[in-house]
Design a protein around this ligand. Structure first.
Ligand code: ADP
Ligand code: MG
Length: 719
């Protein structure tokens, strides 16, 4: 992607390397999981279900990075008399007697075992008798490991986890890692795959700075992985213990290094001063039905200063939902048009593209700005006209979806790329648009306020403008949490509200990772509401055709529909100021940031709005805390911080097992403090060796490959 853009970039700082796509050292790790011993096609399919991602199957590296989230401690080896009830123990016993059930009995098979201090019954339900006889021959010495219970006056162990002889004891892990599994995949099979993957682990050249490594007590990567998968103590797998920290740091370093490289590339490309005369900006401002808030004005000034400077802008505009980012973007684009260049606004969905287009069109017309909309659904003729207009310069501003950064789209002179709701786009998508012209200034907008640590993560050293203030006159949103068993009351309330003309969003549950189920739930609720409220109810969801979605949104906007049942497609940016009620069903399943985004769909007009968080009882502690925060505050920045904090607590409660969004192992709520270090580290390493050719540089290249920081790898290869 960077390769094709060389012509418009001056003196790229990176040269190509005559090396294979991926250093050979890593080949074993990126081999498919079927390369692991004991993993045939069937088990590989199960591993895929657990570890694959769209577009790629499970690989050895994925097995290695699938870290245990708990351990079973089998270190306790008491005598039977001293053994603790209801805990995991490993007993050394001799087998006394088998007590199989009668022929047609459903009773369990019991085996009596003993040591010199007492006896225990091993209990097996529906288990192959031959196997039991073979594993526990009378008179033999065995070690059995499992949970010891007292039942009906007898000590018993139901289905011991392990039964081993002396040779097996040597291999019995005293601390056994516990992994997330998927149906059909047994812990044993996964453990074998992990062992086989560990055996394939190469010795990496060290990329960490040795003083840092010492100071933080970080083991070598190979040792860290081995320790995480073969813990010697339960603490070994904790995300704050050295082995995990090592992995997290590596990932953060890869992330920061990639950002430093990408940014250097952008800066290196140089900038152009684009100075507007203020004429279009003034016309648009005069046409607005409101005046800008102080925060909007300040952000606009910062942006225009950047545009006028001869270096490239790389700025993040963050503002809470409803803080009015769109108009700032519009005025920034107008400023670029004043300077005689073009601007593009890229948004993640068609609904949004269309909405922005409709909003902006009258203002653009008032100022004489020539505007076009481009989405993936444009008719061929329309698309051809737009392409021509952008290439010839007859169009000043284009609003669109991903369609904008396709190959065929060329601009006469693109000066500014604005990217809305960035978290939906990958780094390279953002940059691809930035490379559609010479020295394109880039403005990224996000509606999810991002704590400082996260800004660093996702954007590195980006400049940041923040809209903390919201337009005056906004009323607070009345937020309530209501248990789902009071649904009837809620529906009655909605009935009263729509009788007075209210417009209502009804958001349906998010069922983890399954869009079909989401849609099914929404459809069921839609049918129910339709029976009560008839034609006033409509539904919109992600599996509908674009045009149908637009129609539904339009009918809701103009009031033909009063209740809009929706999956989370309305989450991002939809603006219908007349909507005053939002019902979020199964609110306990939503994250804080997402709930806040959803709530932001109301409270946009002059009327008082409310948000009903419908939850299913009983509420877990984290869900409860979330709902409380929602009721307490509507400050998106505070919510973002709380969200991060709660995710940390989620860990304590055993909820989370994997990395923060965008990461495989690093968890920003726990490893945020490492981020600043990783950033400094990356900056320094890059400053010393921008081509990554030194010994450490070569090792850092490996690191980038290992964590698949594609954008940086592309830079290395682009030359
Ligand atoms: P967001 O920051 O969530 O993208 P929008 O740009 O969609 O917010 O703005 C939300 C609403 O606020 C829009 O209807 C917009 O017209 C309105 N708005 C923006 N700026 C102001 C302002 N300064 N005063 C009053 N309303 C404003
Ligand atoms: Mg917006």
């Amino acid at each position: 992607m960077f390769g094709e853009t060389g012509s418009s970039l001056s003196a790229p700082p990176f040269r190509s390397y005559d090396r294979p796509v991926r250093p050979a050292l890593l080949n074993t790790l990126f081999a498919p999981a079927t390369a692991l011993s004991g993993i045939g096609p069937k088990l590989a399919a199960l591993l895929d279900r657990l570890l694959a991602e769209p577009g790629r199957r499970a690989r050895v590296i994925d097995v290695l990075l699938h870290l245990p989230h708990a351990t079973i401690d089998r270190r306790a080896r008491p005598k039977i008399r001293d053994a603790m009830r209801d805990s995991i123990v490993t007993l050394e016993v001799s087998v006394v007697e088998h007590r199989p059930p009668g022929r047609f009995s459903k009773a369990p098979y019991r085996v009596l075992v003993e040591d010199e201090t007492g006896d225990v019954q091993l209990v097996f339900f529906l288990t192959n008798h031959a196997w039991i006889e073979k594993s526990l021959p009378v008179g033999a010495r065995r070690w059995v490991s499992g949970k010891l219970e007292l039942w009906d006056g007898h000590l018993q162990m139901v289905h011991p986890d392990r039964i081993v002889d002396e040779a097996g004891l040597d291999k019995l892990a005293a601390i056994e890692p516990v992994y997330g599994l998927t149906e059909g995949l047994s812990p044993r099979v996964l453990a074998r795959a992990v062992e086989s993957a560990l055996a394939r682990l190469p010795t990496f050249p060290e990329w960490l700075d040795s003083s840092l490594q010492e100071q933080r007590g970080l083991p070598a990567l190979r040792d860290a992985l081995a320790r995480l998968h073969r813990p010697q103590a339960p603490e070994d797998i904790e995300p704050t213990a050295p082995p995990y920290l090592r992995l997290a740091y590596d990932e953060l370093l890869a992330n920061q290094l990639a950002l430093v490289m990408v940014r250097a590339r952008m800066r290196e490309a140089g900038g152009r001063a684009s100075v507007g005369d203020g004429r279009l900006v003034r016309t648009i401002e005069a046409a607005l039905p409101f005046s800008l808030t102080a925060a909007q004005r300040a952000a606009l000034d910062e942006i225009r200063t950047d545009l006028a400077a001869p270096r490239r802008m790389l700025r993040l505009l963050q503002g809470d939902v409803g803080s009015g980012k769109t108009v700032v973007a519009l005025l920034a684009m107008a400023s670029m048009v004043e300077a005689g260049r073009q601007a593009a606004l890229m948004v993640p969905t068609e609904i949004l593209a269309r909405q922005h287009f409709e909003r902006i069109r009258p203002l653009a017309e008032a100022a004489g700005i020539r505007l076009a909309l481009m989405t993936g659904r444009d008719a061929a003729a329309q698309r051809a006209r737009n392409l021509e207009g952008l290439a010839s310069g007859e169009l000043d501003v284009v609003i669109g979806t991903h369609a904008l950064f396709q190959e065929a789209v060329a601009f006469r002179d693109l000066g500014l790329a604005v990217i809305d709701e960035q978290h939906r786009f990958g780094v390279h998508q953002r940059l691809a648009l930035g490379q559609k012209g010479e020295a394109v200034d880039v403005l990224v907008m996000t509606a999810t306020p991002i704590p400082r640590t996260l800004v660093l993560t996702f954007f590195g050293d980006m400049d940041v403008s923040t809209l903390r203030e919201r337009p005056a006159g906004r009323l607070p949103i009345d937020t309530r949490a209501v248990p789902l068993d009071r649904l009837d009351e809620v529906i009655a309330g909605i009935g009263r509200a729509i009788a007075t003309g209210a417009r209502v969003y009804w958001i349906c549950p998010l069922v983890a990772e399954n869009e079909d189920l989401d849609v099914a739930a929404a459809t069921a609720r839609f049918k129910e509401l339709r029976e009560i409220f008839g034609e006033a109810v409509a539904i919109v969801h992600g599996q509908m055709k674009g045009r149908d979605k637009d129609d539904v949104m339009e009918r809701f906007r103009n009031g033909a529909t009063q209740i809009l049942v929706a999956t989370t497609v309305v989450e991002v940016g939809v603006d219908v100021p007349q909507a005053t009620i939002i019902v979020i069903e199964h609110a306990e399943r939503f994250g804080l940031a997402q709930m806040h985004q959803l709530r932001g769909r109301v409270g946009r007009g002059a009327a008082k709005s409310s948000c009903l968080l419908l939850y299913k009882r009983p509420l877990g502690p984290v869900a409860k805390a979330r709902l409380e925060i929602m009721r307490e505050t509507d400050d998106g920045f505070r919510i973002a911080e709380e969200d991060l904090r709660l995710r940390g607590e989620g860990e304590v409660l055993g909820v989370r097992q994997s990395g923060s969004p965008g990461f495989r192992v690093a968890r920003l709520e726990l490893h945020g403090d490492l981020l600043a270090t990783a950033r400094e580290d990356a900056k320094l390493a890059f400053a010393r060796d921008p081509l990554l050719t030194s010994r450490r540089g070569a090792a850092l290249q490996l690191l980038l490959y290992l964590f698949e920081r594609d954008e940086a790898i592309r830079l290395l290869r682009a030359g």
